[in-house]
Design a protein around this ligand. Structure first.
Ligand SMILES: CC(C)(COP(=O)(O)OP(=O)(O)OC[C@H]1O[C@@H](n2cnc3c(N)ncnc32)[C@H](O)[C@@H]1OP(=O)(O)O)[C@@H](O)C(=O)NCCC(=O)NCCS
Length: 139
């Protein structure tokens, strides 16, 4: 005689409605964080930008920059996986109030878009822009 299996019981869980809420459902549960660009992970930045942008960036773009502009280049991590990046440079002006942040690249891999990763990367840059720079106190 064939064995009878007990009926499966599933825990109830919330169901997102529509594609926008699916993404916010994922975003709420994911760990979105940032990492410094270091000699150890600069290769990941190369690979991300090769996938994201049609032009090949010169190696100088990736050279690990000085401490003052370190907050301006970051990898965006989705559950610790690098899926996006922001790379900016600081453009000097005659004084600190005229410094500008130039965004060279900002990109997120297609499957990870609309989860707030670019927003997190941009906010990070604005929050960590050098003290006294044009962004200080503007948020
Ligand atoms: C532009 C880009 C970086 C956005 O990354 P992202 O992580 O998806 O952005 P976010 O999730 O933080 O989106 C923030 C808001 O931007 C707007 N937005 C983002 N992508 C959008 C799109 N394709 N169409 C319309 N609005 C968009 C939305 O208002 C979004 O908020 P919402 O999802 O709550 O509606 C990403 O689409 C990308 O990598 N594109 C290709 C590279 C590129 O063009 N980079 C910019 C030039 S360097």
């Amino acid at each position: 005689m064939a064995p009878t299996w007990p009926a499966m019981e599933y825990a109830e869980r919330s169901k997102p409605q529509g594609s926008a809420s699916v993404r916010s459902h994922i975003a709420e549960r994911a760990n979105i964080s940032m990492a410094d660009i270091t000699p150890n992970n600069v290769g990941q930045l190369h690979m991300l930008n090769a996938k994201l942008f049609p032009i090949v960036y010169v190696k100088e773009l990736y050279k690990v920059q000085g401490e003052d502009v370190k907050p301006l280049c970051k990898l965006g991590l989705f559950n610790d996986i690098p899926v996006g990046d922001i790379c900016c440079t600081l453009e000097d002006g005659p004084d600190e109030t005229t410094w500008k942040i130039y965004i060279m690249t900002l990109g997120v891999l297609p499957s990870y878009r609309r989860l707030g990763i670019a927003t997190a990367l941009l906010n990070h840059v604005l929050e960590n822009a050098p003290v006294g720079g044009m962004f200080a106190g503007r948020r």
